[in-house]
Design a protein around this ligand. Structure first.
Ligand code: URA
Length: 433
């Protein structure tokens, strides 16, 4: 078999066999097939697409390129959740402890933020002492004892995807549904959970800007998961506006803990409850409504908050931060951003808000950059709110006044105003299963 013939076949619209896909992915992972040939195949896939069978074979080949976690010790109770990425998306921090109090085992690997989106691992590291690198034995022991463990992505999990993702990033081959679906699902399947809930974000702050492509991606991922014997459900949720009111690492942990303490409601709580209820219904094989009643009770009773503290402490974090938010290091500069328009906020470009937060120090421009955990944004006015010119609409947290101007310009450019109140936006569009 020759890589060049496989590229040619795909370029001409052909359907690759499982053996051809395996040959390519194995060769690429081993460094025998060079990056320029992998890039050429990825570009051909972008233009020509793939059949469902090809996507399943590509996912399988990437999943098998490294370790596959064995969570069989938890039977059908292991459950994972994956978000396609957004701004202010701290749902994992809220959901994992809820689900662990209701029979699920959330043994999960999460990513760091890059570009305009945040990452769960960075958020957790804003809690003093929290360890995001655990050995395999520590990971399993904590899953058994506490029911929740979240670490950084192990380098040995789906290494083919890691290599391919980095290549796609610089060859303009990201926005292909077969490539995104196989990338996400290869990691989720290798991570071993029996049930998987996918949060497919759609809108200005998401990867998928339009409903049609979000639905197609959700359908593809659900098909792949099911063909591998997993229970899978995807929710398509709104990312036209940041989720909740906090963007930035420690600010997001505080907001997430606030949901479990009963202090924060709104869109964040609604999306968390929907995702957690789906996970609980899949783990316990109970109707969604019953699962939702249990989820709300876990929050109202304080059990989910207690579980969050138990989880943080088990991973070496100082859980007293969650009781007393003043313990989180504070930003040196807190700047009040004033509105430059008047009327109802009719639209927020969520991606720009993510970029503004990153400019304040909350994100990285390239992998490995240092991060300012206390930096970020408190959003005081969201879509549908009426504001006067000069009113404070956001609070910036940063280490230096010099970072404020560029972030303010970006933030203000994200907002549109109208004279009449905009139609309220839906938060959860549909479920794909
Ligand atoms: N997230 C992933 O893990 N892979 C993609 O291709 C896109 C988003």
């Amino acid at each position: 078999m020759r890589a060049v013939d496989i590229i040619q076949k795909k370029k001409e619209g052909g359907e690759l066999t499982a053996d051809e896909i395996k040959f390519f992915i194995e060769g690429f992972t081993a460094g025998e097939i060079p990056e320029y040939q992998m890039s050429a195949l990825a570009m051909a896939i972008c233009f020509v697409g793939m059949t469902d069978r090809e996507v399943a074979d590509l996912t399988d080949a990437m999943m098998r390129s490294g370790d596959v976690l064995d969570l069989s010790a938890f039977g059908d109770k292991s459950v994972d959740k994956h978000s396609t990425g957004g701004v202010g998306d701290k749902t994992s921090l809220v959901i994992a402890p809820i689900v662990a109090t209701l029979g699920g085992v959330v043994a999960k690997m999460s990513g760091r933020g890059l570009g305009h989106t945040g990452g769960t691992v960075d958020k957790l590291e804003s809690i003093a002492g929290f360890k995001t690198a655990l050995s395999g034995d520590e990971f399993m022991a904590q899953a058994k004892k506490v029911g929740v463990v979240i670490t950084g992505q192990s380098g040995t999990l789906a290494p083919a995807d890691k290599k391919l993702y980095a290549l796609r990033d610089v060859t303009s081959t990201i926005d292909s549904i077969p490539l995104i679906a196989s990338s996400i699902m290869s990691k989720k399947l290798a991570a071993g959970s029996h049930s998987i809930v996918l949060d497919v974000k759609v809108g200005s702050g998401a990867f998928m800007k339009y409903m049609e492509s979000a639905k197609a991606l959700a359908e593809e991922m659900v098909k792949i998961g099911k063909s591998c014997g997993r229970r899978v459900r995807a929710l398509i949720t709104n990312m036209d506006v940041p989720l909740g009111r906090a963007v930035g690492n420690s600010l997001e942990v505080i907001e997430a803990a606030g949901v479990l303490k009963g202090e924060v409601g709104g869109d964040l709580k609604e999306v968390c409850v929907a995702l957690a209820s789906n996970m609980v219904s899949m783990v316990n094989l109970i109707p969604y409504e019953e699962a939702m009643a249990r989820v709300l009770d876990a929050i109202d009773s304080g059990r989910a908050f207690d579980k969050m503290k138990e989880w943080v402490a088990a991973q070496g974090g100082d859980a007293s931060y969650l009781d007393d938010f003043d313990l989180f290091p504070k930003a040196k500069v807190v700047y009040e951003l004033k509105s430059d328009g008047a009327g109802y906020i009719s639209k927020i470009d969520a991606e720009k808000i993510g970029v503004a937060s990153s400019l304040l120090g909350a994100g990285r421009t390239k992998a490995g950059d240092p991060i300012d955990y206390s930096a970020g944004i408190e959003i005081l006015a969201k879509t549908g709110d009426r504001v006067a010119r000069g009113e404070t609409i956001a609070r910036f947290h940063t280490s230096s006044e010099a970072l404020v101007a560029a972030a303010a310009e970006k933030y203000l450019s994200a907002l549109s105003y109208s004279e009449s109140a905009p139609e309220p936006e839906k938060l959860i569009y549909c479920t794909v299963e």
